[in-house]
Design a protein around this ligand. Sequence first.
Ligand code: ASP
Length: 456
Amino acid sequence: MTPNDETVGPPIDRGDETTSDKDGLALHTKILIGLAVGAIFGIGLNFMTASNPGANAKVMWVAKYITDPVGQVFLRMLFMVVVPLVFASLSVGVAQLGDLKKLGRIGVKTFSYFMLVTALAVMIGLTLVNVVKPGVGFSPEIQSQLMETFGQEAEQKGAQAKSDQGFGINTFVNIVPRNPIDAAARTDMLAVIFFALIFGIALTLIPREKSEPVQKVLEGLGEAIIKIVGMAMQIAPFAVAALIFSTTARFGWSVLQSLLWYAACVVAGLLIHQFAVYSVLVKVFANLNPLVFFRKVTPVMITAFSTSSSNATLPTSIKTAEEELGVPPQIAGFVLPLGATMNMNGTALFEGVTCVFLAQVFGVNLGITEQLIVVVLSVLMAVGTAGVPGGSIPLLMIVLDTIGVPPGGIAIVLGIDRILDMARTVPNVTGDITAACFIARSEGTQLKTGAGASAE
Ligand code: ASP
Protein backbone atom coordinates (compact mmCIF):
# COMPACT_ATOMS: atom_id res chain seq x y z
CA MET A 1 0.00 0.00 0.00
CA THR A 2 1.47 3.30 -0.99
CA PRO A 3 0.49 6.56 0.72
CA ASN A 4 -1.11 7.75 -2.49
CA ASP A 5 -3.09 4.67 -3.38
CA GLU A 6 -6.34 6.02 -2.07
CA THR A 7 -6.12 9.20 -4.13
CA VAL A 8 -4.60 7.98 -7.39
CA GLY A 9 -7.82 6.38 -8.65
CA PRO A 10 -8.37 4.81 -12.03
CA PRO A 11 -6.95 6.59 -15.08
CA ILE A 12 -9.48 9.05 -16.42
CA ASP A 13 -10.60 8.49 -19.98
CA ARG A 14 -9.87 11.75 -21.72
CA GLY A 15 -9.80 10.24 -25.14
CA ASP A 16 -6.53 9.36 -26.79
CA GLU A 17 -5.87 12.64 -28.48
CA THR A 18 -2.21 12.93 -27.62
CA THR A 19 -1.18 9.38 -28.11
CA SER A 20 -2.70 7.81 -31.16
CA ASP A 21 -5.07 8.29 -34.00
CA LYS A 22 -7.56 6.22 -35.98
CA ASP A 23 -5.07 5.55 -38.75
CA GLY A 24 -2.61 4.24 -36.17
CA LEU A 25 -0.01 6.95 -36.51
CA ALA A 26 0.75 8.29 -33.02
CA LEU A 27 0.03 11.97 -32.66
CA HIS A 28 3.54 12.73 -31.46
CA THR A 29 4.91 11.08 -34.61
CA LYS A 30 2.70 13.39 -36.66
CA ILE A 31 3.92 16.38 -34.66
CA LEU A 32 7.52 15.32 -35.25
CA ILE A 33 6.81 15.08 -38.97
CA GLY A 34 5.25 18.58 -38.79
CA LEU A 35 8.39 19.85 -37.08
CA ALA A 36 10.66 18.36 -39.75
CA VAL A 37 8.50 19.59 -42.66
CA GLY A 38 8.30 23.13 -41.20
CA ALA A 39 12.06 23.25 -40.63
CA ILE A 40 12.96 21.87 -44.08
CA PHE A 41 10.72 24.36 -45.90
CA GLY A 42 11.66 27.28 -43.64
CA ILE A 43 15.42 26.74 -43.79
CA GLY A 44 15.31 25.75 -47.47
CA LEU A 45 13.33 28.80 -48.62
CA ASN A 46 15.38 31.09 -46.37
CA PHE A 47 18.58 30.01 -48.13
CA MET A 48 17.08 29.82 -51.62
CA THR A 49 15.66 33.35 -51.47
CA ALA A 50 18.57 34.97 -49.58
CA SER A 51 19.81 36.76 -52.68
CA ASN A 52 16.44 37.29 -54.32
CA PRO A 53 14.42 40.02 -52.54
CA GLY A 54 11.31 39.46 -54.70
CA ALA A 55 11.09 35.77 -53.87
CA ASN A 56 11.99 36.48 -50.25
CA ALA A 57 9.06 38.90 -49.99
CA LYS A 58 6.73 36.09 -51.13
CA VAL A 59 8.11 33.78 -48.44
CA MET A 60 7.57 36.55 -45.84
CA TRP A 61 4.00 36.94 -47.13
CA VAL A 62 3.35 33.24 -46.57
CA ALA A 63 4.83 33.54 -43.06
CA LYS A 64 2.79 36.61 -42.20
CA TYR A 65 -0.59 35.63 -43.63
CA ILE A 66 -0.60 31.85 -43.44
CA THR A 67 1.84 30.24 -41.03
CA ASP A 68 1.86 32.96 -38.33
CA PRO A 69 -1.96 32.93 -37.93
CA VAL A 70 -2.09 29.10 -37.84
CA GLY A 71 0.67 29.01 -35.22
CA GLN A 72 -0.92 31.82 -33.22
CA VAL A 73 -4.32 30.08 -33.06
CA PHE A 74 -2.62 27.01 -31.59
CA LEU A 75 -0.56 29.06 -29.13
CA ARG A 76 -3.62 31.02 -28.04
CA MET A 77 -5.59 27.80 -27.47
CA LEU A 78 -2.82 26.71 -25.09
CA PHE A 79 -2.35 30.09 -23.40
CA MET A 80 -6.12 30.44 -23.01
CA VAL A 81 -6.26 27.55 -20.56
CA VAL A 82 -3.13 28.28 -18.51
CA VAL A 83 -4.57 30.52 -15.79
CA PRO A 84 -7.69 28.43 -15.08
CA LEU A 85 -5.62 25.24 -15.30
CA VAL A 86 -2.99 26.47 -12.82
CA PHE A 87 -5.70 27.63 -10.43
CA ALA A 88 -7.77 24.45 -10.67
CA SER A 89 -4.92 21.94 -10.59
CA LEU A 90 -2.94 23.65 -7.85
CA SER A 91 -5.83 24.31 -5.48
CA VAL A 92 -7.27 20.82 -5.97
CA GLY A 93 -3.76 19.32 -5.67
CA VAL A 94 -3.22 21.06 -2.34
CA ALA A 95 -6.73 20.24 -1.10
CA GLN A 96 -6.32 16.57 -2.04
CA LEU A 97 -2.97 16.31 -0.30
CA GLY A 98 -5.24 16.97 2.62
CA ASP A 99 -2.78 17.48 5.36
CA LEU A 100 -0.61 20.51 5.80
CA LYS A 101 2.34 18.53 7.13
CA LYS A 102 2.41 16.51 3.93
CA LEU A 103 2.06 19.69 1.89
CA GLY A 104 4.99 21.22 3.78
CA ARG A 105 7.13 18.12 3.22
CA ILE A 106 6.35 17.99 -0.50
CA GLY A 107 6.84 21.76 -0.76
CA VAL A 108 10.29 21.62 0.81
CA LYS A 109 11.36 18.68 -1.38
CA THR A 110 10.04 20.38 -4.50
CA PHE A 111 11.78 23.71 -3.88
CA SER A 112 15.06 22.07 -2.83
CA TYR A 113 15.03 19.96 -6.00
CA PHE A 114 14.23 22.99 -8.18
CA MET A 115 17.03 25.10 -6.69
CA LEU A 116 19.73 22.41 -6.65
CA VAL A 117 19.10 21.16 -10.18
CA THR A 118 18.89 24.73 -11.52
CA ALA A 119 22.21 25.61 -9.85
CA LEU A 120 23.73 22.48 -11.38
CA ALA A 121 22.51 23.61 -14.82
CA VAL A 122 24.19 27.02 -14.43
CA MET A 123 27.44 25.36 -13.38
CA ILE A 124 27.45 23.16 -16.48
CA GLY A 125 26.99 26.28 -18.61
CA LEU A 126 29.70 28.22 -16.79
CA THR A 127 32.17 25.36 -17.12
CA LEU A 128 31.63 25.23 -20.88
CA VAL A 129 31.84 28.98 -21.45
CA ASN A 130 34.98 29.27 -19.32
CA VAL A 131 36.68 26.46 -21.21
CA VAL A 132 35.61 27.46 -24.75
CA LYS A 133 35.85 31.25 -24.14
CA PRO A 134 33.65 32.19 -27.13
CA GLY A 135 33.80 35.90 -26.31
CA VAL A 136 37.58 36.24 -26.09
CA GLY A 137 38.89 37.85 -29.27
CA PHE A 138 35.35 38.46 -30.57
CA SER A 139 35.56 40.60 -33.70
CA PRO A 140 34.92 44.31 -32.84
CA GLU A 141 33.38 44.88 -36.31
CA ILE A 142 30.79 42.13 -35.80
CA GLN A 143 30.21 43.45 -32.30
CA SER A 144 29.33 46.96 -33.45
CA GLN A 145 27.34 45.60 -36.40
CA LEU A 146 25.18 43.51 -34.05
CA MET A 147 24.85 46.36 -31.54
CA GLU A 148 23.60 48.57 -34.35
CA THR A 149 21.14 46.04 -35.78
CA PHE A 150 19.62 44.88 -32.50
CA GLY A 151 20.32 47.96 -30.33
CA GLN A 152 16.79 49.28 -30.53
CA GLU A 153 15.26 45.97 -29.57
CA ALA A 154 17.70 45.80 -26.65
CA GLU A 155 16.58 49.27 -25.51
CA GLN A 156 12.96 48.14 -25.48
CA LYS A 157 13.87 45.10 -23.39
CA GLY A 158 15.85 47.37 -21.07
CA ALA A 159 12.80 49.57 -20.56
CA GLN A 160 10.81 46.46 -19.72
CA ALA A 161 13.50 45.42 -17.23
CA LYS A 162 13.25 48.84 -15.56
CA SER A 163 9.47 48.65 -15.34
CA ASP A 164 9.85 45.20 -13.73
CA GLN A 165 11.69 47.18 -11.00
CA GLY A 166 14.52 44.72 -10.80
CA PHE A 167 14.89 42.20 -8.06
CA GLY A 168 14.32 43.38 -4.53
CA ILE A 169 12.06 43.16 -1.54
CA ASN A 170 9.04 44.09 -3.69
CA THR A 171 9.59 41.00 -5.80
CA PHE A 172 8.53 39.00 -2.75
CA VAL A 173 5.78 41.40 -1.63
CA ASN A 174 4.24 41.31 -5.12
CA ILE A 175 3.82 37.55 -4.94
CA VAL A 176 0.79 38.27 -2.73
CA PRO A 177 -1.83 39.71 -5.11
CA ARG A 178 -4.06 42.59 -4.07
CA ASN A 179 -6.64 41.25 -6.46
CA PRO A 180 -6.40 37.69 -7.84
CA ILE A 181 -8.56 38.54 -10.86
CA ASP A 182 -6.19 41.36 -11.80
CA ALA A 183 -3.18 39.05 -11.31
CA ALA A 184 -4.87 36.45 -13.55
CA ALA A 185 -5.63 39.08 -16.20
CA ARG A 186 -1.95 40.11 -16.27
CA THR A 187 -0.86 36.44 -16.26
CA ASP A 188 1.17 37.16 -13.15
CA MET A 189 1.72 33.49 -12.47
CA LEU A 190 3.51 33.76 -9.12
CA ALA A 191 0.56 35.72 -7.74
CA VAL A 192 -1.96 33.28 -9.25
CA ILE A 193 0.01 30.40 -7.73
CA PHE A 194 0.02 32.09 -4.32
CA PHE A 195 -3.74 32.58 -4.41
CA ALA A 196 -4.32 28.98 -5.56
CA LEU A 197 -2.09 27.61 -2.77
CA ILE A 198 -3.86 29.63 -0.08
CA PHE A 199 -7.24 28.69 -1.54
CA GLY A 200 -6.31 24.98 -1.54
CA ILE A 201 -5.05 25.21 2.06
CA ALA A 202 -8.29 26.94 3.10
CA LEU A 203 -10.29 24.11 1.50
CA THR A 204 -8.53 21.62 3.77
CA LEU A 205 -9.42 23.71 6.83
CA ILE A 206 -13.17 24.10 6.33
CA PRO A 207 -15.78 21.38 6.99
CA ARG A 208 -15.73 18.59 4.46
CA GLU A 209 -19.36 19.05 3.38
CA LYS A 210 -18.51 22.61 2.38
CA SER A 211 -15.18 21.90 0.66
CA GLU A 212 -16.22 18.81 -1.26
CA PRO A 213 -18.58 20.48 -3.78
CA VAL A 214 -15.95 23.16 -4.50
CA GLN A 215 -13.32 20.51 -5.09
CA LYS A 216 -15.66 18.61 -7.41
CA VAL A 217 -16.26 21.78 -9.46
CA LEU A 218 -12.52 22.46 -9.67
CA GLU A 219 -11.82 18.86 -10.66
CA GLY A 220 -14.43 19.14 -13.40
CA LEU A 221 -12.87 22.40 -14.54
CA GLY A 222 -9.45 20.73 -14.71
CA GLU A 223 -10.88 17.83 -16.71
CA ALA A 224 -12.60 20.15 -19.18
CA ILE A 225 -9.40 22.11 -19.66
CA ILE A 226 -7.38 18.99 -20.35
CA LYS A 227 -10.05 18.11 -22.93
CA ILE A 228 -9.56 21.53 -24.59
CA VAL A 229 -5.83 20.79 -24.73
CA GLY A 230 -6.66 17.50 -26.43
CA MET A 231 -8.61 19.46 -29.05
CA ALA A 232 -5.75 21.93 -29.53
CA MET A 233 -3.33 19.03 -29.94
CA GLN A 234 -5.36 17.83 -32.92
CA ILE A 235 -4.05 20.77 -34.92
CA ALA A 236 -0.57 20.49 -33.38
CA PRO A 237 1.08 18.76 -36.38
CA PHE A 238 0.06 21.64 -38.68
CA ALA A 239 0.58 24.33 -36.08
CA VAL A 240 4.05 23.09 -35.17
CA ALA A 241 4.99 22.99 -38.87
CA ALA A 242 3.68 26.56 -39.20
CA LEU A 243 5.50 27.85 -36.10
CA ILE A 244 8.80 26.29 -37.10
CA PHE A 245 8.41 27.51 -40.68
CA SER A 246 7.80 31.10 -39.52
CA THR A 247 10.85 31.05 -37.26
CA THR A 248 13.31 29.37 -39.58
CA ALA A 249 12.19 31.29 -42.71
CA ARG A 250 12.88 34.60 -40.95
CA PHE A 251 15.98 33.55 -39.07
CA GLY A 252 19.23 35.37 -39.75
CA TRP A 253 21.60 32.45 -40.29
CA SER A 254 24.53 34.78 -40.89
CA VAL A 255 24.10 36.08 -37.32
CA LEU A 256 24.32 32.51 -36.08
CA GLN A 257 27.57 32.08 -37.97
CA SER A 258 29.24 34.93 -36.14
CA LEU A 259 27.98 33.66 -32.79
CA LEU A 260 28.64 30.02 -33.51
CA TRP A 261 30.88 29.24 -30.51
CA TYR A 262 28.62 31.04 -28.07
CA ALA A 263 25.56 29.21 -29.43
CA ALA A 264 27.52 25.93 -29.32
CA CYS A 265 28.24 26.46 -25.60
CA VAL A 266 24.56 27.11 -24.85
CA VAL A 267 23.30 24.18 -26.92
CA ALA A 268 25.96 21.74 -25.68
CA GLY A 269 25.15 22.70 -22.07
CA LEU A 270 21.44 22.25 -22.69
CA LEU A 271 22.01 18.85 -24.33
CA ILE A 272 24.18 17.66 -21.43
CA HIS A 273 21.59 18.81 -18.91
CA GLN A 274 18.64 17.45 -20.87
CA PHE A 275 20.00 14.03 -21.70
CA ALA A 276 22.83 13.25 -19.24
CA VAL A 277 21.72 14.98 -16.03
CA TYR A 278 18.01 14.17 -16.37
CA SER A 279 18.80 10.55 -17.28
CA VAL A 280 20.73 10.15 -14.04
CA LEU A 281 18.06 12.00 -12.04
CA VAL A 282 15.10 9.96 -13.31
CA LYS A 283 17.04 6.73 -12.83
CA VAL A 284 18.28 7.52 -9.33
CA PHE A 285 15.33 9.47 -7.92
CA ALA A 286 12.37 7.99 -9.77
CA ASN A 287 13.67 4.55 -10.73
CA LEU A 288 12.66 5.13 -14.35
CA ASN A 289 14.49 3.88 -17.41
CA PRO A 290 15.71 7.12 -19.08
CA LEU A 291 14.84 5.81 -22.56
CA VAL A 292 11.27 5.08 -21.52
CA PHE A 293 11.08 8.47 -19.81
CA PHE A 294 12.24 10.39 -22.87
CA ARG A 295 9.95 8.43 -25.18
CA LYS A 296 6.98 9.29 -23.00
CA VAL A 297 7.81 12.99 -22.70
CA THR A 298 8.49 13.45 -26.43
CA PRO A 299 5.19 15.36 -27.04
CA VAL A 300 6.10 17.69 -24.15
CA MET A 301 9.58 18.30 -25.56
CA ILE A 302 8.20 19.05 -29.03
CA THR A 303 5.51 21.38 -27.69
CA ALA A 304 8.13 23.26 -25.65
CA PHE A 305 10.50 23.48 -28.63
CA SER A 306 7.90 24.78 -31.04
CA THR A 307 6.12 27.21 -28.67
CA SER A 308 9.19 28.46 -26.69
CA SER A 309 6.87 28.72 -23.73
CA SER A 310 6.75 26.80 -20.46
CA ASN A 311 3.26 28.18 -19.83
CA ALA A 312 1.92 27.03 -23.18
CA THR A 313 3.45 23.60 -22.55
CA LEU A 314 2.02 23.20 -19.03
CA PRO A 315 -1.26 21.54 -20.06
CA THR A 316 0.62 18.95 -22.13
CA SER A 317 3.07 18.38 -19.24
CA ILE A 318 0.26 17.72 -16.77
CA LYS A 319 -1.51 15.37 -19.16
CA THR A 320 1.69 13.45 -19.95
CA ALA A 321 2.87 13.22 -16.34
CA GLU A 322 -0.47 11.84 -15.16
CA GLU A 323 -1.42 9.61 -18.05
CA GLU A 324 1.90 8.37 -19.39
CA LEU A 325 4.07 8.35 -16.29
CA GLY A 326 1.44 7.68 -13.62
CA VAL A 327 2.22 10.72 -11.47
CA PRO A 328 -0.76 11.13 -9.10
CA PRO A 329 -2.92 14.13 -10.12
CA GLN A 330 -2.48 15.90 -6.80
CA ILE A 331 1.32 15.77 -7.16
CA ALA A 332 1.32 16.72 -10.86
CA GLY A 333 -1.18 19.49 -10.02
CA PHE A 334 1.14 20.85 -7.35
CA VAL A 335 4.63 20.39 -8.81
CA LEU A 336 4.07 21.16 -12.51
CA PRO A 337 2.38 24.59 -12.27
CA LEU A 338 5.06 25.63 -9.76
CA GLY A 339 7.75 24.24 -12.03
CA ALA A 340 6.45 25.98 -15.16
CA THR A 341 6.83 29.28 -13.34
CA MET A 342 9.81 28.79 -11.03
CA ASN A 343 11.93 25.93 -12.32
CA MET A 344 13.77 26.95 -15.46
CA ASN A 345 16.97 24.96 -15.73
CA GLY A 346 17.58 25.75 -19.39
CA THR A 347 16.96 29.45 -18.88
CA ALA A 348 19.37 29.60 -15.92
CA LEU A 349 22.07 27.79 -17.93
CA PHE A 350 21.54 30.17 -20.85
CA GLU A 351 21.76 33.20 -18.52
CA GLY A 352 25.01 31.97 -16.99
CA VAL A 353 26.64 31.36 -20.37
CA THR A 354 25.42 34.68 -21.78
CA CYS A 355 26.70 36.69 -18.80
CA VAL A 356 30.18 35.23 -19.03
CA PHE A 357 30.23 35.42 -22.85
CA LEU A 358 29.29 39.12 -22.83
CA ALA A 359 31.77 39.79 -20.01
CA GLN A 360 34.45 38.24 -22.24
CA VAL A 361 33.34 40.35 -25.21
CA PHE A 362 33.43 43.58 -23.17
CA GLY A 363 36.67 42.64 -21.43
CA VAL A 364 35.10 42.53 -17.96
CA ASN A 365 37.06 40.18 -15.77
CA LEU A 366 34.83 37.83 -13.79
CA GLY A 367 36.70 36.10 -10.96
CA ILE A 368 35.43 33.13 -9.00
CA THR A 369 33.37 35.35 -6.65
CA GLU A 370 31.67 37.16 -9.54
CA GLN A 371 30.95 33.83 -11.20
CA LEU A 372 29.37 32.56 -8.00
CA ILE A 373 27.23 35.68 -8.00
CA VAL A 374 26.26 34.80 -11.58
CA VAL A 375 25.20 31.32 -10.39
CA VAL A 376 23.02 32.71 -7.58
CA LEU A 377 21.51 35.48 -9.70
CA SER A 378 20.84 33.17 -12.64
CA VAL A 379 18.95 30.77 -10.35
CA LEU A 380 16.93 33.63 -8.81
CA MET A 381 16.20 35.28 -12.15
CA ALA A 382 15.11 31.96 -13.62
CA VAL A 383 12.56 31.75 -10.78
CA GLY A 384 11.24 35.18 -11.70
CA THR A 385 11.23 34.60 -15.48
CA ALA A 386 7.81 34.45 -17.13
CA GLY A 387 7.26 31.21 -19.04
CA VAL A 388 6.72 32.98 -22.36
CA PRO A 389 8.95 33.41 -25.44
CA GLY A 390 11.89 35.65 -24.57
CA GLY A 391 10.70 35.95 -20.95
CA SER A 392 14.22 35.81 -19.56
CA ILE A 393 15.79 38.67 -21.52
CA PRO A 394 14.71 41.65 -19.33
CA LEU A 395 15.84 39.83 -16.17
CA LEU A 396 19.10 38.83 -17.81
CA MET A 397 19.81 42.50 -18.41
CA ILE A 398 19.47 43.10 -14.66
CA VAL A 399 22.08 40.40 -13.98
CA LEU A 400 24.43 41.92 -16.57
CA ASP A 401 24.08 45.31 -14.91
CA THR A 402 24.84 43.82 -11.48
CA ILE A 403 28.10 42.22 -12.61
CA GLY A 404 29.29 45.32 -14.48
CA VAL A 405 28.61 44.28 -18.07
CA PRO A 406 26.71 46.88 -20.16
CA PRO A 407 23.11 45.57 -20.27
CA GLY A 408 22.69 46.96 -23.79
CA GLY A 409 25.29 44.37 -24.83
CA ILE A 410 22.39 41.91 -24.92
CA ALA A 411 21.90 43.25 -28.46
CA ILE A 412 24.83 41.05 -29.50
CA VAL A 413 22.88 37.84 -28.85
CA LEU A 414 19.30 38.96 -29.59
CA GLY A 415 19.52 37.94 -33.25
CA ILE A 416 19.73 34.27 -32.35
CA ASP A 417 17.66 34.36 -29.19
CA ARG A 418 14.56 32.85 -30.74
CA ILE A 419 16.39 29.63 -31.64
CA LEU A 420 18.13 29.44 -28.25
CA ASP A 421 14.78 30.13 -26.58
CA MET A 422 13.26 27.10 -28.31
CA ALA A 423 16.20 25.00 -27.16
CA ARG A 424 16.22 26.19 -23.52
CA THR A 425 12.46 25.79 -23.06
CA VAL A 426 12.82 22.02 -23.61
CA PRO A 427 14.92 21.40 -20.45
CA ASN A 428 12.78 23.97 -18.63
CA VAL A 429 9.70 21.79 -18.94
CA THR A 430 11.42 18.40 -18.91
CA GLY A 431 12.99 19.40 -15.58
CA ASP A 432 9.53 20.01 -14.13
CA ILE A 433 8.46 16.50 -15.09
CA THR A 434 11.60 14.95 -13.56
CA ALA A 435 10.70 16.85 -10.36
CA ALA A 436 7.13 15.52 -10.42
CA CYS A 437 8.45 11.96 -10.92
CA PHE A 438 10.92 12.38 -8.06
CA ILE A 439 8.26 13.70 -5.68
CA ALA A 440 5.76 11.01 -6.70
CA ARG A 441 8.31 8.27 -6.19
CA SER A 442 9.53 9.69 -2.87
CA GLU A 443 5.91 9.70 -1.68
CA GLY A 444 5.63 6.02 -2.49
CA THR A 445 4.05 6.01 -5.97
CA GLN A 446 5.13 3.34 -8.42
CA LEU A 447 5.48 5.18 -11.71
CA LYS A 448 4.46 3.63 -15.01
CA THR A 449 7.50 2.05 -16.55
CA GLY A 450 6.02 0.60 -19.71
CA ALA A 451 3.23 1.39 -22.15
CA GLY A 452 0.03 1.04 -20.17
CA ALA A 453 1.69 -0.61 -17.16
CA SER A 454 0.56 0.73 -13.85
CA ALA A 455 3.23 -0.70 -11.60
CA GLU A 456 6.77 -1.88 -11.83
N1 ASP B 1 10.87 30.79 -23.11
C1 ASP B 1 11.28 30.34 -21.80
C2 ASP B 1 10.17 29.52 -21.16
O1 ASP B 1 9.02 29.79 -21.39
C3 ASP B 1 11.67 31.48 -20.89
C4 ASP B 1 12.95 32.14 -21.38
O2 ASP B 1 14.04 31.58 -21.12
O3 ASP B 1 12.89 33.16 -22.05
O4 ASP B 1 10.45 28.60 -20.44
